[in-house]
Design a protein around this ligand. Structure first.
Ligand SMILES: *Cc1c(COP(=O)(O)O)cnc(C)c1O
Length: 402
């Protein structure tokens, strides 16, 4: 039986390779950080992790996790509603709500699950979901699981959002859904305008803060802080797997009744294990740290500004960004791959993205800054970009004079 199926898979895999879309994994042999070691023995500076605050290998978080291992053991062996809820889970939920200025929080094994389990319990066939065209895959999948009528608006395009909201007036409830920061361009969703439209057209708002929590806003409280809209989002989802420590875990935080309903009806919550207590304990330590000091956010924001200034004056074209993601535009798919490979030879680890991950003719190198970076890391990065840029003819020779 497997024979035919095997041939079928082998052909599909070959097609993926031929299209240049095959994903290879680079193997790290060190902890995640600004400098990492890969299995070839090479040491590189890492500019492609979501380790925005440098917490993936933070001593305070590790120590909190170790303590919880001793006090609460390794695993919960249960879903939350049977016997998988520890005091640490409850405390972390409360702290996340305090962090975002919301009423309550529900934890998931990942934000993919939070998004997968948020729509179906809340929105029925009488309702409308109005979703940004560049929203994360987990939002798209979550929306597919529910019966609400679907509307889509062009990325961050408020005229189009208004048009969709007008079209959706016949439905009972409306929910606008958007990522806080879009991961390919690093642009921030225009939340102030979304709030105004939601008020005008009577809609709820959901934001996925996976790339913005801990990063955007003066104290890292995300896009609601950036646009002075705290309390205006009905639902916020996010991950513990990026700025918030980088391990695993997701959450939905927001209005009390919404969270209460999710605890009753959200399938990834009801039918999947709770996060290990050590992860909850590290999460608590992470939020405590952010409430105590703004050092890491400040350093990250300084690093982003520094990188943008340097890379621009080196002569590169970048997308405007107010997040920790900077897209260095090369426009050509093959060039983006050659460029990234040469940067790796120079000890700089970044990823080049091209169609279909980004629109045609917009191939780029995505640079992700971190509070773990020192200015000398960034200087090395810009120097390598400049060297490779000249080699590959992206930069004119005279930019050295600047
Ligand atoms: C990374 C990401 C997710 C998934 O988060 P996990 O916790 O890793 O499942 C969901 N939404 C957005 C916008 C993301 O960037």
């Amino acid at each position: 039986m497997y024979n035919n199926f095997q041939k079928h898979l082998q052909k599909e895999l070959a097609d993926i390779r031929e299209a240049g879309l095959y994903k290879n994994e680079r193997i790290l042999t060190s902890a995640q950080g600004a400098e990492i070691k890969v299995s070839t023995g090479q040491q590189v500076i890492n500019f492609c992790a979501n380790n925005y605050l440098g917490l993936s290998n933070n001593k305070e978080l590790i120590s909190a996790a170790k303590k919880a291992l001793d006090s609460h053991g390794y695993g919960m062996s249960s879903v939350r509603f049977i016997c998988g809820t520890s005091d640490l889970h409850k405390e972390l939920e409360k702290k996340i709500a305090e962090f975002f200025g919301t009423e309550d929080t529900i934890l998931y094994a990942a934000c993919f699950d939070a998004n997968g389990g948020v729509f179906e319990p809340l929105m029925g066939e009488e309702d409308a979901i109005i979703s940004d065209s560049l929203n994360h895959a987990s939002i798209i999948d979550g929306v597919r699981l529910c019966k609400a009528v679907r509307y889509r608006y062009n990325n961050a395009d408020m005229d189009d959002l208004e048009k969709q909201l007008k079209d959706a007036q016949a439905q009972r409830f409306r929910l606008i859904v958007t990522d806080g920061v879009f991961s390919m361009d690093g642009n921030v969703t225009p939340l102030d305008k979304i709030v105004a439209l939601a008020e005008k057209y009577n809609s709820l708002i959901m934001i996925d803060e996976s790339h913005s929590a801990g990063v955007v806003g003066k104290t890292g409280r995300g896009v609601t802080e950036q646009f002075n809209c705290r309390g205006k989002a009905d639902i916020i989802t996010g991950t513990l797997g990026k700025a918030f420590g980088g391990a695993i875990g997701g959450f939905t935080t927001g209005r009390k009744e919404i969270i209460e309903m999710l605890r009753q009806r959200s399938r990834p919550y009801l039918f999947s294990n709770s996060i290990p207590p050590l992860v909850a304990a590290a999460g608590i330590a992470m939020i405590d740290m952010m409430s105590r000091t703004n050092e890491l956010q400040d350093k990250l924001h300084r690093n982003v500004e520094y990188f943008m200034k340097k890379i621009k004056s080196a002569g590169f074209d970048i997308k405007p960004s107010s997040s920790a993601i900077v897209a260095v535009m090369l426009y050509d798919a093959k060039l983006s791959q050659d460029f990234a490979a040469k940067l790796l030879e120079e000890g700089i680890y970044v990823i080049g993205f091209y169609f279909p991950v980004v629109p045609k003719e917009t191939a780029r190198i995505r640079v992700q800054l971190s509070a773990a970076h020192e200015l000398e890391h960034i200087d090395k990065c810009v120097a390598a970009f400049t060297k490779v840029g000249k080699e590959l003819g992206v930069l004119k020779m005279d930019t050295t004079l600047k």
